[in-house]
Design a protein around this ligand. Structure first.
Ligand code: ZN
Length: 187
């Protein structure tokens, strides 16, 4: 989804994209699959740059970093950018701090570079969603909602493994008796 910046009027232009309107379906597919999304932004010329302000709302699947539970996390990301013509600026390089960088973007304008006369909205929104991904997704704010259940499952698996092991080698107590018996017979 490329936007021709030279066609944007002086008062700016508003854009609304969603699963239904379909413009970003392909660009976002690898991140959000076929989930619904709501992207709204305004681009407005200011001198020889453009102001980009907007928001993306969607959901993405994650695994809880503590219990491995499947999560369906909400994404609600605002952005406030200056679009500047220039060499490929790598926002990712500036964003090594992940979420902190996104928080910063939400607070004040950052610079996104574009080439030619077009702004690639698909790539930009893709990155905004990717940057909102938490480093350590968790299924609870304070404590992991499923941690107890995950631990219980782990214990069940361990117990099952122990039983299988026991069936294969016999109960450890019996093999001790066996060895005692052999000792006696051996004398
Ligand atoms: Zn969890």
């Amino acid at each position: 989804m490329k936007i021709h910046l030279s066609e944007i009027p002086a008062e700016g232009r508003h854009y609304d994209f969603s699963r239904e309107t379909g413009e970003l379906n392909d660009a976002l597919g690898d991140l959000i699959q076929d989930r619904s999304y709501d992207v709204a932004f305004t681009i407005k010329p200011i001198g020889n740059v453009f102001e980009l302000k907007g928001r993306v709302k969607t959901r993405m699947s994650e695994l809880c970093s503590r219990c491995g539970w499947d999560l369906d996390l909400p994404v609600d990301q605002t952005f406030n950018e200056i679009l500047m013509k220039g060499e490929a600026g790598d926002r990712r390089a500036q964003a090594v701090h992940g979420n902190q960088a996104v928080d910063f973007l939400a607070q004040g304008p950052d610079v996104t570079y574009y080439q030619g006369e077009t702004f690639d909205a698909g790539a930009f929104i893709h990155e905004a969603i990717a940057l909102s991904e938490p480093f350590y997704p968790s299924c609870g704010v304070e404590d992991c909602e499923h941690l107890e259940e995950a631990k219980r499952k782990q214990r069940e698996l361990e117990a099952e493994f122990a039983r299988a092991e026991e069936a294969r080698t016999g109960h450890p107590a019996f093999s001790v008796l066996e060895s005692l018996k052999h000792d006696k017979n051996g004398r």
